[in-house]
Design a protein around this ligand. Structure first.
Ligand code: E4P
Length: 224
């Protein structure tokens, strides 16, 4: 499974590349706003960090254009010119977004269909040739919805029809969700740095280390 970092903070991304060899980055307007930098500055900085690798950076189009496929297409083409090797263009799971996805994909531009909340939206993203489709499980769960069957349905649909789209499970809040997504056959998860840090640790690992350190300290290392 590929692990993407959901962030637009350069130090976090550098850390996740160095320590965890993350496979890509996803950004959204909130992450860019938190970075404190202008949109174009920060996405190009992130793109540079990935230079010479096959890792991707998902860059989100202007959400105000959600119902205007021509505007989405025009903006996506401008973004891709900035970094054709690395940028995957995020566009919403709307009728205009799906149309833009098809036009751009036919031109070799990669799409990440974001804000996906149903298996039907995921299927249309796959039919339109999206590189990634992003089911947002954290938001659905906050809305009291069950997400296990949602991911499982997306994976099943992908395999039933042999679609090439990768299922990128997004808005992930903990390690259990990452493991569940992996078991169900999702291709990628994207999560924030704190989620990965917590997920890679376990309190019993720390307890065990404390115990083993005591035994270690109480045992001679070699014949005296
Ligand atoms: C995914 O690509 C999104 O950027 C992300 O997961 C959005 O959700 P969150 O910011 O609530 O985690």
């Amino acid at each position: 499974m590929k692990f993407f970092l959901d962030s637009a903070i350069i130090d976090e991304i550098q850390y996740a590349l160095d320590m965890w060899d993350i496979d890509g980055v996803t950004t959204n307007p909130r992450h860019v706003q938190v970075s404190g930098k202008p949109f174009l500055t920060v996405v190009q900085e992130i793109g540079k960090l990935m230079a010479g690798t096959d890792k991707t950076v998902s860059v989100q189009t202007n959400p105000h254009n959600h119902d205007n496929h021509d505007a989405i297409i025009e903006e996506a083409r401008r973004f891709v010119e900035l970094n054709p090797e690395t940028f995957v263009i995020k566009m919403p799971c709307t009728e205009a977004g799906f149309k833009a996805c098809k036009v751009l994909t036919d031109d070799g531009i990669r799409a990440n269909m974001t804000l996906c909340f149903s298996a039907m939206q995921a299927m249309q993203a796959m039919r339109m040739g999206a590189t990634y489709v992003s089911p947002f499980i954290g938001w659905k769960e906050s809305n009291g919805e069950e997400t296990g069957s949602f991911i499982a349905d997306c994976v099943q649909i992908k395999h039933n029809f042999d679609y090439g789209t990768e299922i990128l499970v997004a808005a992930v809040r903990n390690g259990r969700q990452i493991a569940d997504a992996a078991v169900m056959g999702a291709d990628i998860v994207t999560a924030g740095i704190a989620v990965y840090k917590e997920a890679f640790a376990h309190p019993y690992t720390d307890v065990g280390l404390g115990k083993f350190q005591s035994f270690w300290d109480e045992t001679p290392y070699e014949e005296s």
